[in-house]
Design a protein around this ligand. Sequence first.
Ligand code: SIN
Ligand code: MN
Length: 275
Amino acid sequence: MIGPTSPVPLSFSTRLHRTAMPERCPMRRGVVGWTRADLEHHQRRGGAPGDVVRGGGGLNEPLFGAEPVTVAPGAVHLPGWLGAEAQRDLVERCREWSRGPGGMIRHRMPRGGVMSVRMTALGWFWEPYRYSRTLPGGEPVPPFPRVLGELARDGVAAAFGAPPGPDTPPYDVALVNFYDAGARMGMHQDRDEQADVPVVSLSLGDACVFRFGNTRTRARPYTDVELASGDLFVFGGPARMAYHGVPRTRPGTAPPGLGLAEGRLNITIRASGLG
Ligand code: SIN
Ligand code: MN
């Protein structure tokens, strides 16, 4: 499984560290194909929050999604937005995406540090601090999965009451982040996009403390939000350029049966505006 017991990252280049995504546990293969059914479900919803939003995964999902919480103007947290089956399916997809040509890499920062979070990019390759059409080795970036575009638009509808308008630049990039027990992400802005479109974030696996701050400074005021598996967080409008980060995860809090024994996955879906 992906987690602290993963192979030590192999040196990939002078700029990047790469690691293989560990094998999945064979006991946890039972992914129920929610994609078609759930997308139809989403579409039938007509923009109303509910259904899948409210822990609709069934099985042994004991909780229903809680009410949306506005953390700051333009920033909305929807606990339990993804049901258990959708979460399992996304975990399995993340595992497949991580096996792509880009691998799961720890980026080297411009000042020399290496990120503790491992990530893979879809649609556009991201490295601090720019997007590119190709991977560092020159290969094309894996395509942006349509299911993530659908989820992002549905997430915006659930958070703000309506999906992005027809003239809005499309969602076209996703970063899949993996946090082992010691990983964290410092306070930063998502500022490499050329489009003012809400960022949509999905959490899977271990819970974390997500620190959501202000648009001027990395420091206070900020709000610490607990993001658990299945939670949706959307920030746009006046919150689009807010500093945010993950000061810690909560190892061992992933729901059983998710297919992710350890660690936290985050899928951040954005519109690059790069056309
Ligand atoms: C990010 O800001 O790119 C990731 C946030 C998260 O892991 O929740
Ligand atoms: Mn970010």
